[in-house]
Design a protein around this ligand. Sequence first.
Ligand code: G3I
Length: 373
Amino acid sequence: MQQKKLWLLACSVTLLAIACSSSKKNNPGGTIPSLKGVYKKDFTIGTALNSTQIEEKDPQAALLIPQQFNTATPENIMKAEIIHPQWDVYNFDMADKMVAYCAKNNMLVNAHTLIWHSQLPPFVRQIQSVDSFRTFFTNHIKTVAGRYDGKVYSWDVVNEALNEDGTLRKSVFSQKLGDDFVTEAFRLAQAAAPNTHLYYNDYNNEQPAKRAGCIALIKKIQAAGVRIDGVGIQGHWHLGKLPLKEIEESIEQYAALGIKVMITELDIEVLPRNFQGADVNQRMKADPTMDPYKNGLPDSIQQKLADDYRSLFKLFLKHKDKIARVTFWGVNDGQSWLNGWPVPGRTNYPLLFDRNFKPKPAFDAVIAIGKKQ
Ligand code: G3I
């Protein structure tokens, strides 16, 4: 009898050890809570993924990503220059890997992006005739959106088509196809991807003038009888300068159009910058004053970042009935695009995880406000 008791005790200890080690495997921090878990009843939580992460070449990222996020956006690999490098050449390799990675890890894919004036393959700008350009436009949307219908959850169909004053940006698309190209892109996407949510995505579209242009654009698509399911506010904001009032008004006004609102590329810039937004053509000169935290982020700034993230998520929670997803633009600070733009080679700290994947005070703040509701 005594022997049987001892044997049962040994079995329980072994089972407990196995359970602990497997939970550690899915939780590199051991005890850190997950963003996706805390916000599971509110909205999905996403990150942007690069090739290294999709191919699971970084073991720490491979552990952290599925533990924290339930949706992902490809940071670059579904953009035209990569997925459609030549007129009749498509390169689906990495995009297929992304879809498989997300399926394996129970993550939804927000595909990014079908029509954008930036990161286009060189051949596009060499197309002379309007007819050929229209053929490229149609083929691109049909082929790429068609291939991933049913495999991705949503597409950023058109990205950054607006100027800051709300007018349509002069781009290769508007110049070749006229102002209706946005509606046409959604019409083609709707036909090619009937099972995929279709979004318009931009930065600074919480600002009144650009927001008005964005609302007009969405109404135009709707008036044409074409489907648009949501709008992405990218959310490239600045420390201590969150436009909370404008964000709230925008969430309300976009939702009133009968569509979902997403925060699609969230990060908070802590370094000096003399303009707002994410126009990749804008640059600034490097000088030492522009890179003040090379050796680490002072506690006071760390705390301000936590305060800003807390205010943002408080607002998102207030409008959780209108918000479908909040996506961070990257997993950790070391991998953020903001280390290289608008000044190359800076040391930036815009996200919730530090360069060693350690949760920052900003992470704790986001978790705490999510748990408190
Ligand atoms: O792939 C090449 C590599 O072969 C080359 O050696 C290297 C040298 O610089 O460049 C690599 O390409 C870089 C690419 O990212 C992939 O890493 C480009 O230079 C670089 O410009 C590009 O930056 C991306 C940027 O979009 C380009 O427009 C950022 O990673 C990406 O985060 C950023 O994402 C955009 C969203 O799509 C739309 N909203 C704004 C957001 C931030 O700019």
